[in-house]
Design a protein around this ligand. Structure first.
Ligand SMILES: [Zn+2]
Length: 467
């Protein structure tokens, strides 16, 4: 698999039969495999496979079989100035990201992970991924003896506020001095600093831990984006080990299943020999906060990628086909894969009586008359056919008319691309909790479904003509 950059000239790099990936902001990732018959009759590249068969009927504007998902989850993020202390405790200021079930974050063993920007010796700045692998933070509940409140209510600014240890212990570690690690910048550089150093804005020991993970000196950590996570590892559970208890199933489960579906579909060396389509996954950041960012699903990211891929139909003369982008869009299909709600036995009345998805009974097609989901009939028939061939079950979901409904990247991508789209996802409990519950068999079902979708799309596409 070859890494592409957005600034690369793709037409000179991409070739039929090739497999590629790229990222934007290092947080949204796109991966695709080009069929060996992708507009091969116009191809002007030495990498063309001379064995590619049945090319005579190939027209410009071939389809792209796409699965979209999101990589982000609700969390708490360390504030730009996070250093606080109160009543003998060290505390770290955090900001809510997305609509989390924040009460589940209390009394958990938390730590931080994210990226640090560090200054290299040559003056350049690079990103380092960091994960502090031990519990350093905790959001404490109040003992029931001190407040017998019926409902658990709290203020998100003042009470959803992690402690990070004791001031006394930290003074002890530093030999009783309140000395902050000094910066190693030279005198003339230190003349003017537009912002206080990270070691002043945050607790110095936290910056030291981040620097240690990044294998740099604390003074070289110029800035960072750190989010909180629960250090308890995911596990398989239930009497018969049929469940899994894990953070971030929404939506890493669908990110994982779509990635494995793509990998499995191109595993055999001959898998792309007769393929006229491109098989593509796009895993977006920022779904939980509305997707309206440069790397979110509501950006130009996927439309730009599709336009560039359709332009790979450059003729021998170097002239692009004027209509290739629109032709590709009209023949393509997007599966928007985001987790769905399993029925919760303690709240069964919250679900529409004939649409209660069950765990381990297959991936759920999400339908909404008001287009909170993009699913429509042609898509249902198509995905049903892909599921029939993979021999995996499917389920149907609508919300009650008197209930609110979530939404996802499907509607915004289908409106920006104009491509046929279907929303689906595996059933789970406790969506947006710090620890969610899913069914282990549904993982295998979704991978097989996605693999079948990729393998059969270019054949099925011709059978679903709705103009
Ligand atoms: Zn989601």
């Amino acid at each position: 698999m070859h890494r592409l950059l957005e600034k690369d000239p793709w037409a000179k790099i991409c070739a039929p039969g090739g497999k590629y990936y790229l990222t934007r902001n290092a947080s949204t990732i796109l991966a695709f495999a080009i069929g060996k018959n992708w507009k091969v009759c116009y191809w002007n590249s030495p990498a063309v496979d001379s064995d590619a068969k049945s090319v005579s009927h190939i027209q410009p504007g071939n389809p792209i079989a796409m699965i979209g998902a999101h990589t982000d989850s609700c969390t708490l993020r360390v504030k730009p100035v996070s250093k606080k202390q109160s009543d003998g405790f060290i505390q770290v200021g955090v900001e809510t990201y997305g609509g989390g079930l924040w009460h589940t974050w209390f009394d958990r063993d938390l730590s931080i992970a994210g990226r640090a920007f560090v200054k290299a010796g040559d003056g350049s700045y690079t990103q380092k991924l960091v994960k502090i692998d031990r519990p350093i933070l905790r959001i404490p509940t109040l003992a029931i003896h001190l407040d017998r409140q019926e409902k658990f209510e709290f203020n998100k600014e003042t009470q959803l506020f992690p402690i990070a240890g004791l001031v006394a212990a930290e003074l002890n570690r530093r030999g009783q001095s309140d000395h902050t690690p000094s910066s190693s910048t030279t005198e003339e550089e230190a003349d003017y600093a537009p912002l206080k150093a990270t070691t002043e804005r945050h607790h110095p020991y936290m910056v030291e831990l981040i620097a240690k993970e990044a294998k740099v000196d604390p003074s070289e950590v110029v800035d960072f984006e750190m989010v909180l996570y629960d250090t308890q590892k995911a596990c398989v559970g239930g009497l018969n080990e049929e469940l899994m208890f894990s953070p971030r199933l929404d939506n890493l489960e669908m990110s994982y299943c779509s990635t494995m579906g793509l990998i499995n579909s191109v595993h055999s060396p001959s898998s792309l020999d007769c393929e006229t389509a491109i098989r593509l996954i796009s895993l977006f950041d920022h779904e939980e906060i509305g997707s309206e960012t440069a790397q979110g699903a509501d950006s130009n990211f996927l439309p730009t990628m599709v336009r560039r891929l359709s332009a790979l139909s450059l003729k021998g003369s170097g002239e692009p086909d004027a209509d290739a982008y629109e032709q590709t869009l009209s023949k393509s299909f997007l599966v928007s894969a985001d987790m769905a709600h399993s029925v919760n036995p303690n709240y069964a009345s919250k679900y529409e009586s004939d649409h209660k998805p069950e765990m381990n009974k297959g991936t759920v097609i999400k339908i909404n008359a008001n287009a909170r989901y993009a699913t429509n009939s042609p898509g249902i028939v198509l995905i049903e056919e892909a599921a029939r061939r993979a021999r995996v079950p499917l389920q149907l979901f609508v919300v009650r008319n008197d209930s609110s409904c979530g939404s996802t990247i499907g509607p915004m991508l289908s409106s920006s691309l104009g491509t046929r789209t279907l929303d689906l996802g595996n059933p789970q409990l406790s969506m947006h909790s710090i620890r969610e519950t899913g069914g282990v068999y549904d993982v295998e079902y979704a991978i097989k479904l996605f693999e079948s979708f990729f393998e059969h799309y270019s054949e099925l596409e011709k059978k679903f003509v709705v103009d």
